[in-house]
Design a protein around this ligand. Structure first.
Ligand SMILES: [Fe+2]
Length: 353
């Protein structure tokens, strides 16, 4: 709770003259202060059913109500900029480290020191100044059709650009931050020119112009439209565990490949949260960020959205256990934000819509 301070001497003098006024004013200030302390305003780009359950559990444990404004990360960043000090937002949540890096560089976040968060999150996947912390990992993987692609036939992202995959690849639009961050990792690892060649090769290999989300690529691949697709692993998990039998059977036709295991590792992005620069409920924000990395919430997210726990404790979910452990590309991660701009240029030049 925030301390109540009244600094105006004239106001204090009037209050001393009128004790009733003092009591009334103080209690109204305290009340508004108390009610403000019970709220946390979150600007979030996440859109998963499990998030509501997480927020309800937070309220049950702390009494703090989480109010969420949902929009695309770029819109939320613009909104924070235009609202400035008047912004009601306490926390920014996005599903892209590049967007968090940009929010930081625009001065929209504040540093948060927390031993809990430092212990729970890998140093290579968080902001070195504590302006944002990850709470789930999101691997961009290759799915292969079991009956048309042999194990080991495709191993690296780089393979997707090779001529033998002509007409056999599916991926969503280059406007997705998921593809921009993947291409950014290739810019960082290979240089802009080679990453540009890679994007051209993949664009040439597509079985159809990009359309739909990651789930649509899996379903189309399973239906035989292509042999491999690039998706975030949790969409595969969602389909494997879907209440819809058709979705389950589509997913069961596919194998998962964690790319680049013999070299730099698989590209991952993060769900991440940071305390906004002008947060009115900064203590609540800290409690919320620490709550998100608690074992209880990590298990809810692993089972509910099939994202990887930030601790990589795969035992939290049978699906994640079955997929197994994998090497993460941490080397390219810190430059994701600045390399995303290059990735967009590369996609344009490659004609990857
Ligand atoms: Fe997603």
């Amino acid at each position: 709770m925030r301390a109540v301070t009244i600094s105006s001497p004239s106001l204090l003098m009037r209050m001393n003259r009128n004790n009733n006024l003092w009591t009334a004013l103080l209690s109204s200030v305290l009340l508004s202060s108390l009610s403000a302390a019970e709220v946390l305003n979150v600007y979030s780009h996440r859109h998963y059913e499990i998030d509501q359950q997480v927020n309800e559990l937070f309220k049950k444990k702390t009494g703090i109500e989480v109010k969420v404004v949902n929009a695309e990360a770029d819109q939320l960043i613009e909104r924070l900029k235009s609202e400035g000090a008047n912004s009601p937002a306490d926390v920014l949540v996005t599903v892209d480290a590049g967007r968090m890096q940009r929010a930081k560089s625009e001065g929209l976040l504040q540093p948060l020191k927390s031993e809990v968060l430092e212990k729970a999150t890998p140093a290579g996947l968080r902001d070195p100044d504590g302006q944002w912390y990850p709470y789930t990992l999101r691997a961009r993987v290759i799915l292969t059709a079991k009956d048309r692609v042999k194990p080991g036939e495709i191993k690296d992202y780089e393979d997707l650009a090779k001529p033998e995959w002509r007409g056999r690849v599916l991926v969503r639009s280059s406007t997705s931050s998921y593809n921009q961050s993947l291409a950014a990792s290739l810019v960082s690892a290979l240089g802009e020119e080679k990453a540009g060649d890679w994007a051209k090769g993949v664009a040439k290999n597509l079985a159809r112009p990009p359309q739909g989300g990651d789930r649509d690529q899996i379903k189309a691949c399973a239906a035989g439209l292509a042999d491999v697709c690039i998706v975030n692993s949790y969409y595969f998990g969602l389909l494997l565990n879907s209440p819809d039998a058709a979705e389950r059977s589509a997913a069961e036709k596919m194998d998962i490949v964690f790319p680049n295991q013999d070299n730099r590792g698989t590209h991952v992005n993060v769900s991440a949260a940071g305390v906004t620069r002008h947060a009115k409920n900064a203590d609540n924000a800290k409690a919320y960020l620490e709550f998100l990395v608690s074992p209880e919430v990590q298990k809810m997210l692993a089972l509910g959205s099939h994202e990887h726990p930030v601790s990589m404790d795969l035992s939290l979910s049978p699906t994640l256990t079955a997929w197994g452990d994998f090497k993460i590309d941490t080397a390219t991660f810190p430059k994701m934000g600045e390399d995303q701009a290059k990735a967009v240029r590369i996609f344009d030049a490659a004609g990857w819509k």
